[in-house]
Design a protein around this ligand. Structure first.
Ligand code: ADP
Ligand code: MG
Length: 698
C-alpha cells in the first residue's frame, strides 16, 4: 500500500500446498496480500497467556490459542478407551479422547502452544482435542521431530521451527481456517518476510520505517507490536488523507453562485412568519450557512442535530436564500414517504409565491413529465424528492443549493455527482443534515473537508422521552404497554407500533389483526408498510389525526413529524440497530407533551441483545449512542463505502479511537499534496482504484 506492493506469487515462495490453502481459504495470491491483509488478530505473550484470555473472558465455544507449561498429565479409563488430561499452568486442561500419540509426546515441564475450542466443564476451562505446537522440551527433543507428523511436519519442511519460535516473547495469532492453523500461517509469513528484500520507503515521514513496521507487526520484538500497529495505522490514515487532499485540490477551482442573504426577500418573509423564536443554535447555524453561501466557493457543510432539534427550519431558510438569489434549491430525503412529508410541512412554511415541486418515483408519467419540465424551465423554485434526483437525468435550470436530509452516508462520491446538476462550470452549495451524530474522525474520512455545525438543544418546552424495556417474558409489562397506548389515545394523542417485518409471526399484518381484536379493540388502527402504494395518503391521514394507532414497519424511521404522537412501541427491538432505534424513538416527543418509547424484546434478560436495548433505553443522547453504536459494528458499516468481503483500505485504523493518528496523518497528507501532488497521486492509485471498483459495483 502507498506505493509499495509485494507481487511475488505465493506459489513461488511457499510450498505449493500451503500457497494453495491460502488462496482457497482467504483468496490471497501474492505475498503482499498475505502480509497486508492478514495482520495478526491477536498476540499471545509466552507465559502470560492464560490470564490474558481469562481476563478477556472468552465465551464458551470460541476458538482460542494459548501457551503455557504442562504441569500434569493424567489418564482416566472410560468405556471405550481412555481420556488423557493435560493440565497446563495448573489452570486449564487439554483433553484428548484416546490420545495415544499425545500421551507419548506430552509430559510435564514442556512449554506448549495449544489451539482449539474453549469449553467450560464444571467451571473448568477445557480445550477439547486442541492442536498443539511444542515450544520448549526440557528432555531435549526438538519441536521438529518428524514422528509428530501433521502440521508441524508441514511447517518444518519450509521453515526452521526452532528459529521461528526461539526466544520469541510475542507470538502472533492469525485468523485461521479448517485447513490452515494459526502457526502454519505464522510460518508462511515468517518465510515470506525472510525472503523479502528491505522495502524502500517512498515516504520518509515517520520514526519507524514501513519496512520495520510490516516485519514487527507480524514478528514483534520484546517491546511488543504496538509501535508497528500505530505506524501502519498511520499509513492507512495517510492513504485516505491523501485521497481527500487531492480531491480538495481538485475542487479548489470549482465555482458556485454567491448567494448572500437578502434582508427583504422570501427568506425574511418566512422567518417573520414562524410562530416561535429560533433557538440560539438555529441562529448560529444559519449564520454559518449564510457566511458559506455568500461566497462563490461551494459550501460543504454537515449539520448535526438531535432528532427534533429543528433542522428543517434551517434548511428552508437556506433554500429561500437560494431563491432570493434567483436560484433553485433541492431537498433530498432518504425515502418517498419522507419526501412527501417534507413537501407538506415545508409548503406550510413557504411564502405564497414560492413554487415547490415534488419529484417522486411513484408519480404517473404525465405528472412526472410536468415536474421535470418545471424543474428545467426554472418554474420550480424548490424541488423535493428522494436521492434518486441526483442519479436520474434530472436537469435543473439553475441549481444553487442541495440539502441532503438524514443521510449521513452521503459521502464525497455522491457529492461529486452533484457537479453535473448545476449549470456549466458551477457546483451547488451542499448542506448535509443528520440526526445520527458522526464522530469527527468519520466525518473527516467520509466527507473530507466538510465543515460541521451542530444543534444540541431541543426547541422550547420539549420534555425528554421516557424509555422502558418490555421483555416478552414479563407478560404483565407487555400488557401494560398496550394499556399505555390506550391511555394516550384516550387523552387525545396518537401512537406508533413498529414491527420488524410485514408478514408472518410478529409482522405488521398479523399484529394489527391481533391488536384490533385484543388489547387495542375499538381504536382506529391503520397499517403502513413499504409495499403499499398509498403510503403517502396513509401517512397524511395519520398526520391529520384520523387514525389513533399506526402499525408499521420502519418506513417511519426518519423524519416523520407528527407532534401529536406521544407513544411509540417497538416490537422485537433486538432486530434493529442502535441508531435505528434512536431514530424510531425520535418519532415521538415532537410536541409539548411528555412522550414514551417502549422497547419490546424477545431477547432473554442478560443476553447481549437485551443489554444493548437496555443501554439505549437508558441513554437519550444521540452522541453517547453513536459511541455505543461504534462498539457494536465495525466502522466499515458506518462508512458505508468500505464493505467487508473485499479488500479493505482500513485494516487496523479504528475511526472511533485513533483520532490523534488520523489528525497527524491528515495534516501530513495536505502538506504532501501541496508539495508534491504527482507523488501523492501515484501513491494513492490503488486506493482510488478500489474506491472506483466499489462505486461501479453499487
Ligand atoms: P429534526 O431536526 O428532527 O428534523 P424538525 O426540523 O422536524 O426536527 O423539527 C421538529 C419540530 O420542532 C417541528 O415540529 C418544528 O416545527 C419544531 N420547531 C423547529 N424549530 C423550533 C423552535 N425554534 N421552537 C419551537 N419549535 C420548533
Ligand atoms: Mg428532520
Amino acid at each position: 500500500m502507498l506505493g509499495w506492493k509485494d507481487d511475488r506469487p505465493l506459489t513461488e515462495v511457499l510450498p505449493g500446498k500451503v500457497a494453495k490453502a491460502l488462496t482457497k481459504s482467504f483468496g490471497y495470491s501474492t505475498c503482499g496480500q498475505l502480509l497486508m491483509n492478514h495482520y495478526p488478530r491477536d498476540y499471545i505473550r509466552q507465559g502470560r497467556d492464560f490470564q490474558a484470555f481469562a481476563e478477556r473472558e472468552a465465551p464458551e465455544g470460541s476458538f482460542i490459542t494459548i501457551s503455557g507449561t504442562v504441569t500434569n498429565v493424567s489418564k482416566r479409563p472410560i468405556r471405550n478407551g481412555f481420556v488423557l488430561n493435560v493440565t497446563v499452568d495448573d489452570t486449564y486442561t487439554a483433553v484428548y479422547f484416546n490420545g495415544v500419540w499425545q500421551e507419548r509426546v506430552l509430559y510435564p515441564g514442556m512449554r506448549v502452544l495449544f489451539s482449539g475450542k474453549l469449553k467450560f466443564f464444571n467451571s473448568q476451562a477445557q480445550l477439547q482435542h486442541p492442536e498443539f505446537l511444542i515450544l520448549d522440551a526440557p528432555r531435549g527433543e526438538t519441536s521438529v521431530s518428524k514422528r509428530w507428523g501433521g502440521t508441524l511436519k508441514a511447517i518444518s519442511q519450509f521453515v526452521d521451527v526452532e528459529e521461528l519460535l526461539r526466544e520469541r516473547e510475542w507470538l502472533p495469532v492469525y485468523r485461521a481456517s479448517s485447513t490452515l492453523k494459526t502457526w502454519t500461517i505464522m510460518a508462511a509469513i515468517h518465510h515470506v518476510l525472510k525472503t523479502l528484500p528491505p522495502i524502500q520507503d517512498p515516504l520518509d515521514i515517520s520514526d519507524l520505517t514501513f519496512d520495520k513496521a510490516i516485519r514487527e507487526i507480524h514478528e514483534p520484538g520484546p517491546e511488543g507490536p504496538q509501535r508497528a500497529i500505530d505506524r501502519l495505522k498511520y499509513n492507512e490514515a495517510l492513504g485516505i488523507g491523501l485521497v481527500m487532499a487531492l480531491r480538495r485540490r481538485d475542487t479548489r477551482h470549482w465555482r458556485a453562485f454567491a448567494m448572500p442573504p437578502a434582508d427583504d426577500g422570501y427568506r425574511a418573509e418566512m422567518l417573520a412568519k414562524v410562530p416561535f423564536d429560533l433557538t440560539s443554535g438555529q441562529k448560529q447555524v444559519l449564520r454559518d450557512i449564510d457566511r458559506d453561501i455568500s461566497e462563490a466557493v461551494p459550501m460543504s457543510r454537515l449539520l448535526q442535530g438531535e432528532v427534533g432539534s429543528g433542522k428543517t427550519l434551517v434548511a428552508v431558510a437556506a433554500m429561500l436564500s437560494a431563491v432570493d438569489a434567483g436560484r433553485q434549491a433541492a431537498l433530498l430525503a432518504p425515502t418517498e414517504v419522507l419526501a412527501h412529508q417534507h413537501a407538506r410541512s415545508i409548503s406550510a412554511m413557504l411564502p405564497d409565491d414560492i413554487r415547490l415541486t415534488v419529484l417522486s418515483g411513484s408519480m404517473k408519467t404525465a405528472e412526472k413529465r410536468q415536474a421535470l419540465l418545471d424543474i428545467v424551465s426554472g418554474e420550480a423554485d424548490i424541488v423535493v424528492g428522494t436521492h434518486a434526483i441526483i442519479q436520474q437525468t434530472v436537469e435543473f435550470y439553475s441549481l444553487g443549493l442541495v440539502v441532503v436530509d438524514e443521510q449521513h452516508r452521503f459521502g464525497v462520491e455522491q457529492r461529486d455527482t452533484l457537479r453535473m446538476k448545476a449549470p456549466e462550470g458551477t457546483f451547488p452549495h451542499v448542506l448535509v443534515m443528520t440526526a445520527t451524530p458522526i464522530p469527527r474522525t468519520i466525518a473527516m474520512t467520509v466527507f473530507g473537508d466538510l465543515e460541521v455545525s451542530s444543534l444540541h438543544e431541543l426547541p422550547g418546552g420539549r420534555k425528554p422521552i421516557q424509555s422502558s424495556v418490555l421483555p416478552e417474558a414479563k407478560a404483565s409489562w407487555v400488557r401494560r404497554g398496550w394499556e399505555r397506548i390506550r391511555e394516550e389515545v384516550d387523552a387525545g394523542r396518537q401512537a406508533y407500533v413498529v414491527c420488524p417485518r410485514i408478514e408472518g409471526e410478529g409482522g405488521v399484518l398479523e399484529l394489527a389483526e391481533a391488536l384490533e381484536e385484543g388489547p387495542l379493540e375499538g381504536l382506529r388502527i391503520m397499517v403502513l408498510h413499504g409495499r403499499m402504494d398509498d403510503k403517502d395518503d396513509r401517512m397524511a391521514a395519520f398526520a391529520r389525526g384520523e387514525v389513533d394507532v399506526l402499525i408499521s414497519t420502519t418506513v417511519i424511521e426518519v423524519g416523520v413529524d407528527v407532534p401529536n404522537a406521544t407513544v411509540i412501541l417497538i416490537r422485537e427491538s433486538e432486530n434493529f440497530g442502535v441508531s435505528q432505534l434512536h431514530q424510531l424513538r425520535g418519532r415521538v416527543g415532537r410536541g409539548g407533551n411528555a412522550s414514551l418509547c417502549l422497547f419490546h424484546t424477545l431477547a432473554a434478560p442478560n443476553s447481549p441483545s437485551f443489554e444493548r436495548i437496555s443501554k439505549i433505553a437508558a441513554t437519550s443522547s444521540g452522541f453517547e449512542l453513536t459511541e455505543l453504536d461504534m462498539e457494536y459494528r465495525r466502522e466499515g458499516d458506518v462508512l458505508g463505502t468500505r464493505q467487508s468481503g473485499r479488500q479493505r483500505t482500513l485494516q487496523l485504523l479504528d475511526l472511533s479511537q485513533d483520532l490523534m493518528i488520523i489528525e497527524r496523518a491528515y495534516e501530513d497528507a495536505y502538506v504532501l499534496v501541496d508539495e508534491d501532488p504527482e507523488l501523492a497521486f501515484e501513491l494513492t492509485v490503488e486506493i482510488r482504484e478500489e474506491e472506483q471498483e466499489y462505486l461501479d459495483k453499487s
